[in-house]
Design a protein around this ligand. Structure first.
Ligand code: NAP
Ligand code: F7E
Length: 311
């Protein structure tokens, strides 16, 4: 039987690397897009390259979501059965500092892919768009989010993803492209980028466990998130493209916890005794040492708050 061919943007990221592994195990031929960087950026997929290059099932190509030609040429050459658009400037906080770049990559980048499929008339190519719970903004009166919730993004990242969400829907309806939005809540793993809050906290605490003297600076620790595991969520991305008809899906665990609860859980796991003092910007967390003395562990820094920070 002919092997299925997948093209993944964002293959060097958390989800891209897990999805590549998942699809290769399903006997796909996987093509990934990596962007040009002045330093190595393939750390998360180097082991895949090592394992699969001989079998000719795994390929990496240079390309960029702001470069229509590179995307068009790759789609034309590879003619994938499935495209997974996971590439993005994906950091919500940073999107306030680089809103225009975020819109280009995270918003218009999606249109560039859809236009390539439309223009090349690839009737069999299915398209997955990495959409996000950041479309939602604040919870409504029913205190739940669903595929029918109001979309009220609160960051340049969310607004860019909202454009991608609607353009994906539009190309599905207008041109009959098999295109799905996966509206995913946060998902984490040991491959999570180091500036996202779970990784920032776990890396800091691991260093502290081995004697580091650093103090962790955080933003809004009362913010709540629904955290799942990236490995589970990439499987669902694939499943969406295996359905008979394309539509959009919300993916979440249904349980949310605050950043503070996450810290308490991690400290408990490491058997760190901690105590919280103060409130708001003056909140501090201390580590109680074996001799009873206190060491400052975490403090709040306004710099890590977002202009719109949703609890
Ligand atoms: P990630 O680790 O930040 O990976 C983003 C990927 O996009 C990286 O491979 C990055 O390349 C690539 N990229 C960035 N700018 C690009 C450009 N201009 N052209 C081509 N590629 C570019 O993100 P993730 O956590 O795996 O998330 C995957 C997707 O799901 C993203 O679209 C994200 O917005 C969305 N999402 C994530 C979550 C979550 O909780 N993880 C939830 C909902 C939606 P480099 O490696 O070179 O930086
Ligand atoms: O923040 C708070 C922060 O950056 C989580 C992306 O994958 O998921 C991710 O976006 C919460 C926020 O993820 C710090 O204010 C406190 O409330 O880990 P994060 P995110 O913003 O939820 C969504 C679904 C995506 O689509 C995105 O691509 O933690 N927080 N103090 C902090 N966050 C960070 N990064 N750093 C802090 O110091």
């Amino acid at each position: 039987m002919k092997k299925k061919i997948a093209l993944i943007s964002g293959i060097t990221g958390q989800d891209g690397s897990y999805l590549a592994e998942f699809l290769l195990k399903k006997n796909y031929i996987v093509h990934g897009i990596k962007r040009k960087s002045s330093s190595f950026n393939t750390e998360r997929v180097d082991h895949i390259y090592e394992n699969y290059q001989k079998s000719k099932n795994f390929y990496l190509h240079y390309g960029d979501l702001i470069d229509s030609n590179s995307l068009f040429n790759l789609v034309h050459k590879i003619k994938p059965d499935e495209i997974y658009n996971l590439g993005a400037q994906s950091h919500v906080g940073h999107s306030f500092e680089i809103p225009e770049y975020t819109s280009e990559v995270t918003g218009i980048g999606t249109l560039r892919f859809l236009e390539a499929i439309r223009f090349l008339n690839l009737k069999k190519t299915k398209f997955y768009q990495a959409s996000t719970s950041e479309l939602f903004g604040q919870k409504d009166k029913r205190n739940v989010f669903s595929e029918r919730s109001n979309l009220v993004p609160k960051s340049p990242y969310g607004v860019s993803k909202l454009y991608s969400y609607w353009i994906t829907k539009l190309y599905r309806e207008a041109y009959g492209i098999f295109a799905c939005n996966g509206i995913l809540f946060n998902h984490e793993s040991p491959r999570r980028g180091e500036t996202f809050v779970t990784r920032k906290i776990t890396m800091f605490l691991a260093k502290k466990y081995f004697g580091s003297k650093e103090v962790l600076k955080l933003g809004n620790i009362n913010a709540k998130r629904d955290w799942g595991h990236a490995k589970d969520y990439v499987e669902l991305q694939w499943k969406m493209l295996q359905k008979k008809t394309p539509t959009d899906y919300v993916i979440a665990t249904g349980k949310s916890y605050s950043v503070k609860e996450f810290i308490n859980f991690c400290c408990n796991y490491l058997k760190f005794k901690i105590i919280w003092k103060g409130s708001g910007l003056n909140t501090k967390c201390f580590l109680i040492k074996s001799d009873g003395s206190k060491e400052l562990l975490i403090k709040i820094d306004k710099k890590y708050y977002r202009p719109v920070d949703i609890d």
